[in-house]
Design a protein around this ligand. Sequence first.
Ligand code: B12
Length: 484
Amino acid sequence: MGFKMSILLIAPPALWRNRYLEKHERGAYFDVQKRYLGSGAWSFPAENLAIMSIKAYAASRGIDVTTINAQTARHASIEQTWHTILESAKKNGDPLLIGFTGTAEMYEESMELALRAKRRWSKVLTVLGHDLATLSWRDVLARSDAFDFACTGDGEAAFTELARRVLNGESLAGCPSMFSRDDVGSAPVRHRNVPALNLDELPWPSRDDLPAVRALGMGAAVFSSRGCPFRCTFCTTGSKSAIQHGSDSYRTKSITNVVDEISMLHRDHGVNFVTISDDLFLLNQVHSQRRAEEFATEMIRRQLSVSFMVDCRIDSIDASLFSLLVQAGLVKVFIGVETADDDQLQNYGKVYDRKSDSQLDVIRKKLQLLHDLSLDVVPGVLTYHPRVTKRELLMTDHLIEICKTPAPNMYWTKIIAYPGTPLYADYKARGLLSGDWPTEYWHFEDPKAERQYDRFTQLISGRRSSFEFVRKTFLSTLDSWDED
Ligand code: B12
């Protein structure tokens, strides 16, 4: 009787959210999201395309990967995920290699699971992928023994090659895009030499998770591009693109391929709405605007009854292009507006129109174009940062008003300093960070800002407050900015 051995890919439970929430708000990540999103949950992209794309690629090379998505399985504790890993080992064989994905917020959960796996199976190898591993692989490997490898950049070919070598008992040294503890003291630039994957050569992601996602009442997603040509100081995607693939850092799939995939989702899975979960589906550059036009034309030509959502920048909104996209099924747009303060936008490296004296005017006009088309706008607003002033907060209130999306959480968002970004380096150099890596807290520079934030969040915490109540409380605590 031969031994069965398995390769695992895990999306850990997102427990970080619970750490900041009131008791009644606790639960599995998507359950909590559903309570916030209410009737809007259907458009929330809940598939994990990272592990599902790697799984599909490995399968195309004859390697079977078992995926455990603790988020779609609605796990609310590490115990539940650990139990699922043990069950999988019973069924599929002891794991030889386990990969973990997740944003920086889930690092702790991945680390805990990796350490448990190492205690249970002494020979198992562990690897962390995604943006944190890409940008901060040295820290990932030096700070704990949880991970044997950190994968930088795209995982499809890298993880598959590592799994192939592990299964064949071959040497793991010099595996493309993978760094190990041996590399920590040296200055390797190997990941820069790995050619960018041609996105059209990738198989479509496995849809094994789609039934669970639909049972949650949430939506499907496709990716049509990778990377970003912009370098906003707070964003890991820009920083990741900056160190990878040079001029290939923004890569696109052909429109035929993207529409074929959407068409398959409709035909085989009954999907009527899809999120195009690119960082940036649309740029303010001619080639990108033409590509979006081509996409819309193809969706219209095929008469697919699938509506969709995209991400874009303020400066990419064009009236005639968006009206065509609406005809093609566009119903929702995520747009990172961030702030209306010109100096702060400059600090973020995100000025929309350099010729304009007021970025707020630019934002107002562009958002109006979306509202005129009756599009559902999901704005990304960065309200608090260490140097925030009363003036900027008043402008943010105005910005929230012109977004016309009554989401109270926009009033209390705090920027997150992700390791590997210029913003993180800046806050660190200024001594503003404290707490545990990689999700340290930052401190306000002005005690008045800190006082306003504390008063405001205390007054709204512990209750499900209406947008109007949150807004009134925000403004009244700004009124008393100068009082002790
Ligand atoms: C869609 C999306 C979501 C969706 C779905 C997330 C999900 N379950 O997958 C929703 C709306 C739920 C979401 C929520 C959040 N998101 Co989000 N999201 C995205 C977005 C736009 C696309 C993700 C995607 O599908 N990419 C396509 C896949 C194929 O690419 P990929 O994820 O990069 O994976 C590749 C590589 O990174 C690598 N890789 C990844 N994992 C692994 C693992 C192994 C073992 C290996 C070898 C390789 C590997 O290989 C993959 C294939 O090449 C990204 C930006 C982006 N373009 O990636 C932000 C992004 C991932 N999100 C981000 C954040 C901050 C969040 C939230 C924390 C926001 C919040 N404060 O609530 C939450 C976390 C929620 C959660 N539970 O995971 C940040 C992460 C920053 C960071 N460095 O940690 C990103 C990068 C956006 C940004 N630039 O700021 N998000």
